[in-house]
Design a protein around this ligand. Structure first.
Ligand code: NAD
Length: 514
């Protein structure tokens, strides 16, 4: 991709073809984005819920009508195969839109909650009020769903959104903007700013009411610091180094197929991809053989029929090269794939690499690689596997493979991770009823599910009294009430409630509070 302010030529990393020419948003435009967003908030936030949802249904239908084209744009811009674009980027968005259409109103409406008996006569509610302008900053690896799901989650309660998609996949950003236009969303409700980190920084500095960031740990920390100065709440969805634990009683064929998909889908450029594979030493050799057999059957290219696409941008290729070289120098064995010395410098395709003879000082064990590598490491017993899996500064996702579901769950419960999947990989992100997010350096906060919609709202507690009584028992005057309160507290909060004593003291208090 080559770029000047007015002229941004976008090329596909997999085919090298010129796919689009677009304009970059200038940082001087940020103020007008904010003004438009504020203006649109006035009507969007007050709009009848069912009317607001009608735009979501329009969007779903526009995406469905343009399914082939949307798939093509994502596949070409990111260098991913079309299946990855369709199934992992578009399908979750359609599923999420359906979820919003069926459930958002019930999740975001005023909720009645219990009121303790000592507050007889009162009612309590929780109300969800949109925050205002939400800034959504997204990465390039799943450029569609990682922008769309937070944008839609914020919009549905009445927030307006300024989205800054990744500059590495700018055509997807432009295409998403056009989809919202074609779905008829009112002007200013969702705006797209196209550009890189300078623009991202200017948008953060514009003091939005909430920031939803997905990307690297380094950028997440910069944004968190900037946001902290103005106490802007943030969600940070960051990197991962996800472990997969294969127990001796696992279904080896399934685990090998799952590992290969989990490590190499999207060329391993997945925050939740399998980046460390821990295998019980008693099945280590047959497991490696099964994995190699699966890898040998993979096809690479840019069509509907291929399994693995290209890398998305050159910098990431250099990181993978650096990690693989570091491992090979320290004694790792390349079981499949090419040694970096044999890589074609002009190609963005990297062959899937399985590595054995791994030691803990290698970067492929500790740092996020975000590429098509699979280091396989034997373990002696479950406790060692849990220890090794947890020995990471990351904690986004993990998986445990065993035919003994109880044992797999016991291991899962001991992993410090935002999610653990049993006998499968990555898939938890596709269930919108589950929270998504990371532990440790993998992030702060969760989205998806009920809380993923409510977090974009001010959660407001409302307690209501009919207002008929002239006084309350805890109001003035205090004179003569202390012993009644003490009696009431002892009767109410002991191991067994003493209702007669409670009522007597309560009625005394009422009398004294006329
Ligand atoms: P990145 O941090 O380089 O960039 C992410 C976004 O932030 C881009 O839009 C970029 O323009 C913007 N940005 C960069 N510097 C900024 C600044 N100073 N102020 C404001 N915005 C700024 O990350 P990336 O390379 O695009 O994405 C890869 C990373 O994202 C990996 O670490 C991956 O694990 C992580 N990721 C996490 C999740 C998750 O859900 N946890 C999902 C996908 C990717």
């Amino acid at each position: 991709m080559t770029k000047t302010k007015e002229h941004w030529d976008v090329y596909s990393p997999s085919t090298g073809e010129h796919i689009y020419t677009m304009n970059e948003t200038d940082v001087t435009e940020v103020d007008s984005f904010v003004a438009k967003s504020k203006q649109a908030f006035q009507t969007w936030s007050r709009m009848d819920f069912s009317k607001r949802l009608s735009y979501f249904a329009n969007l779903r239908n526009v995406i469905l009508q343009e399914l082939d084209q949307t798939t093509d744009v994502i596949a070409k811009d990111a260098g991913k195969v079309q299946m990855d674009a369709l199934v992992a980027d578009i399908m979750p968005v359609l599923d999420f839109l359906k979820f919003l259409e069926s459930s958002a109103e019930a999740i975001l409406r005023r909720q009645k909650v219990k009121t303790p008996i000592v507050f007889i006569g009162k009612k309590s509610y929780v109300e969800y009020m949109p925050r205002g302008i939400v800034l959504v900053i997204s990465p390039w690896n799943y450029p569609f769903q990682l922008s769309m799901i937070p944008i839609l989650s914020a919009l549905v309660s009445g927030n307006t959104v300024i989205a800054k998609p990744s500059e590495i996949t700018p055509y997807v950003g432009k295409y998403m903007e056009e989809l919202f236009e074609r779905a008829g969303f009112p002007e200013g409700v969702v705006q797209f700013a196209h550009g890189g980190k300078e623009l991202g920084g200017a948008l953060v500095a514009s003091k939005p009411d909430y920031i939803f960031f997905t990307g690297s740990v380094a950028t997440g920390k910069i944004i968190a610091k900037q946001a902290a100065e103005h106490l802007i709440p943030v969600t940070l969805e960051l990197g991962g180094k996800d472990p997969m634990i294969v127990c001796r009683d696992a279904n080896i064929e399934r685990a090998a197929k799952g590992a290969v998909w989990g490590a190499f889908t999207n060329s391993g450029q997945v925050c939740m991809s399998v980046e460390r594979l821990y295998v019980d030493e008693t099945i280590y050799e047959p497991f490696i053989s099964a994995v190699k057999k699966e890898v040998a059957a993979l096809t690479q290219g840019a069509s509907k029929e291929h399994d693995v696409g290209s890398m998305t941008f050159h910098t990431q290729v250099q990181i993978v090269k650096n990690h693989v070289n570091d491992a090979l120098v320290k004694g790792a064995v390349l079981e499949t794939g090419k040694n970096p010395t044999d890589w074609d410098e002009d190609s963005m395709f990297l062959q899937p690499m399985v590595l054995s003879s791994i030691t803990n000082d290698m970067k492929i064990v500790s740092e996020e690689t975000f590429g098509p590598i699979m280091p396989i490491i034997p373990f002696k017993d479950e406790q060692e596997a849990i220890y090794l899996a947890n020995k990471s500064e990351y904690g986004l996702n993990a998986s445990v493979w065993s035919n003994d579901i109880q044992r797999a769950n016991q291991i899962a419960s001991q992993l410090v991770s935002g999610a653990v999947i049993i006998n499968d990989v990555i898939i938890s992100v596709a269930n919108h009823h589950l929270p998504f997010g990371g532990a440790k350096q993998s992030g702060v906060g969760r989205y998806h599910g009920e809380q993923g919609l409510r977090m974009f709202c001010h959660e407001k507690a409302i307690m209501q009294d009919a207002g008929k009584k002239s006084n309350e028992i805890q109001w003035y005057p205090y004179n003569g009430k202390f012993d009644d309160f003490k009696n009431m507290i002892e009767a109410f909060y002991g191991n067994q409630r003493k209702w007669v004593r409670f009522l007597k003291s309560y009625l005394n208090l009422l009398k004294k509070s006329k």
